[in-house]
Design a protein around this ligand. Structure first.
Ligand code: SF4
Length: 354
């Protein structure tokens, strides 16, 4: 039978992985309401750590060191997570959500390196992964491998290049943790944004204005600012993510490249403007880029391709999960049109943040 882990150690671990179900259970067990965390003077430290968490995600690279939380501060560190989720939600920005989720996931991946295998398997199960221990590493069901590596189509990550036994991909420990990073990132992204009510918006007005200012400055540095005449703020989450991946020098799978080129073409960008967006993709030589853009836009081919429908985007794993507008449309181009016509109303209830 497993030895009972002392509560302080449990809290220390939950503070490291606050996206776990047990973490929200712990907060509920403390009988602290979200409103108290957000508004009571006693939780000022948690609020300040929560804000720091969002700023970290925005201002620093995903792999840089985190702000250290002292042992005595672990409860505040844990409570900082729902605060950060509320702040991210209040700004309703896909780029910020993605950056926040990536930062949290990279941080968790680093911490998992020193966790025992049993805990790694436990966390994987919470992320919906069928991960099992294997001598010197792990094995992961091939469907989960495909699901969580679909943005990493480089040769070392192709299923055909993995040892597969009885339907399970055999992975070295660090490779298994890298796949878990993707699963954690997706888990966090899918839970955002939360509905945020006017009281909370009012209480955080100053902090939100500060974060929004930094967010806007960050976005202004996008080379995609070259795309000028179209509005990035009207992009659906899928296209926003693809653009952010390109800007972050991440490899974008072929279908993702196809989708963003066709999307940018259909909202009015010329080939040269699209080319500038793609200029920094590392594995993409300039002549190949131009060739593909000209082919997709119908410049050098008889077909002017349209971006894939939402159902296709989902089947390729490049739909990050629908938001409110997505629920009303079936095509990413419709999102751009709808967003141009409306302002978003706010939700009423913040009780799901913990
Ligand atoms: S539902 Fe459609 S528009 Fe929304 S993110 Fe997914 S693919 Fe894009």
């Amino acid at each position: 039978m497993a030895t009972r882990v002392p509560e302080t150690v449990e809290l220390a671990r939950l503070a490291k992985y606050p996206f776990l179900r047990e973490a929200s259970g712990f907060v509920l067990g403390e009988k602290v309401s979200l409103e108290e965390i957000l508004l009571e003077p006693a939780y000022a430290r948690a609020r300040s750590l929560g804000k720091a968490r969002v700023l970290e995600a925005l201002e620093k690279g995903p792999a840089s060191d985190r702000i250290a939380v002292a042992t005595a501060d672990q409860l505040a560190g844990l409570l900082a997570y729902p605060v950060a989720r509320i702040l991210v939600s209040a700004l309703e920005d896909t780029y910020l959500i993605r950056r926040f989720a990536l930062r949290e996931a990279v941080s968790a991946e680093g911490r998992l390196a020193s966790e025992p295998d049993d805990f790694v398997v436990h966390l994987a199960a919470e992320m919906g992964m069928d991960l099992r221990r294997e001598d010197g590493g792990f094995r992961l069901h091939f469907t989960d491998f495909l699901r969580f590596t679909n943005t990493m189509r480089d040769t070392p990550w192709k299923l055909i290049n993995q040892p597969v036994e009885g339907g399970y991909v055999v992975l070295r420990r660090e490779k298994a943790l890298r796949v878990m990073r993707n699963a954690i990132q997706r888990h966090i992204e899918q839970g955002l944004p939360l509905p945020v009510n006017e009281d909370i918006l009012g209480a955080f007005r100053g902090d939100l204005a500060e974060i929004r200012g930094i967010l806007m400055a960050k976005k202004a540095t996008f080379k995609a600012a070259d795309i000028g005449k179209v509005s990035i703020t009207r992009f659906p989450p899928c296209m926003y993510n693809l653009l952010a991946q390109i800007q972050n020098h991440e490899n974008v799978p072929h279908m993702g490249r196809f989708a963003i080129v066709a999307f940018l073409h259909h909202i009015g960008l010329g080939n040269e403007e699209i080319f500038r967006v793609f200029g920094d993709v590392p594995d993409f030589a300039a002549d190949v880029t131009r060739y593909q853009i000209e082919h997709i836009t119908g410049t050098s081919s008889p077909t002017e391709y349209t971006p894939p429908e939402c159902s296709t985007m989902k089947s390729y794993g490049i739909c990050p999960g629908p938001d409110r507008i997505c629920m009303t449309i079936k095509h990413p181009l419709s999102y751009y049109r709808v967003k141009g016509r409306e302002r978003r109303p706010r939700g009423e209830n913040a009780s799901t943040a913990v």
